[in-house]
Ligand binder design. Structure first.
Ligand code: BTN
Length: 238
């Protein structure tokens, strides 16, 4: 799987096994642009303290350490940047992808990839897990893999080579020139016009999604009026 080209200023470390690629980058002192790819994660993590299960040889699991040159308050936009980068990557591979705000990637209503952005002393760690050749997935997860979608057998390295340049490009555009990124997310957002139930730090909320605002927030029509949500712990389609 080795030997793929990294974007300028980025370098790739391949590990046969690690607990979690996000944890690996948060622990050590690595330069920004370090990408760590694992053949196997023993404690892969998802959002909201969930576990991220992946089977060796069937998934792409990697993280990159970035240090955007914009104020830290804007770094949360990295999750939208990573979602858009991964969507574009999958589209060039021939898949029709939707973004379930903020950054789950869906194919035909099932999750194919997830993103976990976390802060570290050295910057922000953007972790991406994508189901490539899984034949069996826990039905409770309502997930899919690229193989299950169209029978094609992708290798992690070839997908990574398509994804990294897009990730490098979009993660450098979370500051003043954020508009194009947001437009890309909007065009793919599977929640627009749908009724949802959200769990936020301020409690639960139900309503119809109007769309995504200029700061990347989800705008929802609720019985109490239009709400803007920057971060949600859970988003459920009703
Ligand atoms: C989610 O959908 O809940 C996010 C899943 C993120 C999984 C990836 S796999 C690579 C990186 N390392 C981890 O432990 N998690 C992320």
């Amino acid at each position: 799987m080795n030997g793929i080209r990294a974007p300028d200023g980025w370098s790739i470390v391949w590990l046969p096994e690690v607990d979690s690629t996000n944890d690996y980058l948060r622990r050590g002192s690595h330069p920004p642009g370090t990408v760590v790819v694992a053949e196997r994660q023993t404690s892969g993590r998802g959002r909201r303290d969930n576990r991220w299960h992946s089977v060796e040889g069937e998934s792409l699991t990697f993280s990159v350490l970035v240090r955007p040159e914009v104020q830290i308050a804007l770094w949360s936009r990295l999750s939208l940047a990573a979602g858009l980068a991964a969507s574009e990557c999958l589209e060039t591979m021939g898949y029709e992808v939707g973004i379930k705000w903020p950054n789950d990637l869906w194919i035909r209503g099932r999750k194919v990839a997830g993103i976990l952005v976390e802060s570290s002393d050295a910057g922000a760690v953007v972790g991406i897990g994508m189901n490539l050749t899984n034949r069996r997935l826990d039905p409770e997860l309502e997930a899919t893999s690229l193989l299950l979608e169209d029978g094609r057998d992708w290798e992690a390295g070839e997908v990574l080579e398509l994804l990294l340049p897009r990730l490098a490009a979009w993660s450098s555009r979370i500051g003043a020139d954020f508009e194009e990124l947001i437009d890309g997310v909007r065009r793919r957002c599977v929640l627009s016009g749908r009724r949802v139930r959200l769990q936020t730090s301020r409690g639960g909320m139900e309503g119809q999604v109007i769309g995504i605002g200029a700061r990347g927030e989800l705008r929802i029509e609720t019985p109490e009026g239009v709400e803007s949500v920057i971060q949600a712990e859970q988003v459920r389609l009703l």
